[in-house]
Each structure stands twice: as C-alpha cells, then as structure tokens.
Design a protein. Sequence first.
Length: 79
Amino acid sequence: MPHFYFHLQNGKGRLEDRRGVALPDAEAAWYQAYRSARELLADDTRARYEWAQHWLEVEDDRGRSVWTVPVVEIGELLT
C-alpha cells in the first residue's frame, strides 16, 4: 500500500510529516488532507484568517507532490 506524507506549509516554512500514512491511493490521500485541514480549522475557528497563507502538501513515498490543499479553501467549504 502506498505511503503519503502531509506537510503543513506557509510562505515562511514547512512543518514536515515524517511518519506519513499508508493509504490505498492518491484520492484517499486527498480526503485525508481535507480531513486534516478541517481539524486544524475546527480547533481554532476564531482565527481562520491566520490560516489564509497555509496549505497542506501531500507527497507520495517517492517524494513527488500529489496534492496541494489550501487550508482556507477547506474553511470556505465549511461555512
């Protein structure tokens, strides 16, 4: 089963996911990124504006970027 890594980024830096998650495919990785972004926003709904410059970059086990999910776009889906 493929392994995917979910890195949190903004214009100033990147928080590396070193453990990753085994998922069946890239589509499942997108849904995992979506759920992760929702959790970030749910934990701090008053400060959504602070997430405007953040995104999750999903990489596969070869280090290739598979998805980029802007955190703020997930927030827009929740409103």
